[in-house]
Design a protein around this ligand. Sequence first.
Ligand code: T4K
Length: 374
Amino acid sequence: MSNEKPLYVTQPTLPALEEFIPYLERIWESRILTNSGPFHAELEKALCDYLGVRHISLFNNGTIALLVALRALRVMGEVITTPYSFVATAHSLMWNGNKPVFADVDPTTLNLDPDKIVAAITPETTAIMPVHCYGHPCDVDRIRDIAKTHGLRVIYDAAHAFGVRAGGGSILAHGDLSVLSFHATKSFNTFEGGAIVCPDATTKDRIDHLRNFGFETETTLTSIGINGKMNEFSAALGLVQLRGFDAAVARRKALAERYRSALAGVKGIRCHADAGEEVQNYAYFPVMVEPEFALGRDALYESLARAKIFARRYFYPPISDFPMYRNLPSARADNLPVARRAAGRVLCLPMSSNFSVADADRVVACIADAARNA
Ligand code: T4K
């Protein structure tokens, strides 16, 4: 085992502690800890301004936000989604009593392939839940057209897509709703947290009531809501994190560029393509371990772990292989060849605003060594 520091797939960005202390003092003085406090209101406004979106509702995590997004639009029936994602995407459908229908992904972007969406539509289809995987934009124009033609709702799982811009605006402005995650491992974190981006005040109102048990006033309950509220600690942290977000993206961008140039010389390692976004967040650095590489993907994963480099196989296995999904007709292997191939080859390399270019060089050297020693 090497003596060098461990490099995890990600390491959270944090502000300097002294920047955060004044916020903590205000929380301690006011004793307002949660339930739509002042920092909560301030963060919703600051995020709308920063992201360039109309309305945002903060949540305690991205998974609860997905559940509430589906409930707010009263989605019920078959929902076409991707097998190439974190399980929370499909789980949110099952929790709401919907039936996930998996469609295959595009080989370049690894996002839902619009042609495969069309092929999966049945009379029971009510919605599409695409994922902007690794923060790379889905084909939002084609998905909008498909949804319009077939009368479907679109809820984007935008857990990876904080700050991403494409086509001249925020990627979060597409679809009926977009759902963000602010988990510790995400590009923008509030320890745990999430949000729903929505285009109109009426929908935001419905989402906000659902987030607070369904209460409309102190004594009127209009829906079977849940507790999805973000607390003041997380909201305050979000306000401080937002100030440092652009600088953190710039540091991750430098790391991504170093990875790309250094890996160009390693046979059989293919960097995931940039998918045409104007502004990326560089939250993940996925590579494909192709058959020409001297080792299989899992052997490389183990070899890196022995050198304290903890890459991750996001997203292996594909969601459609987990026991609660694999008996669905759409989970058949021959329905999802592209997603399955990517899941078998992908490795997300360490990526964090805290890592240096020398850290990237260490990872690449270790990959090259593993190939040489194979
Ligand atoms: N939709 C999509 C497409 C998603 O990717 C996710 C979450 C969601 C929805 C749901 O959003 P949330 O409900 O989570 O807000 C992690 C995260 O827990 C999960 O948020 C994320 N996606 C998923 C892709 O990754 P794990 O189990 O792989 O994380 P974990 O704990 O193994 O962390 C990875 C590495 O990060 C660790 O090896 C070390 C480092 N780390 C992690 C944490 C939590 C730290 O250095 N500090 C930390 O505090 O799921």
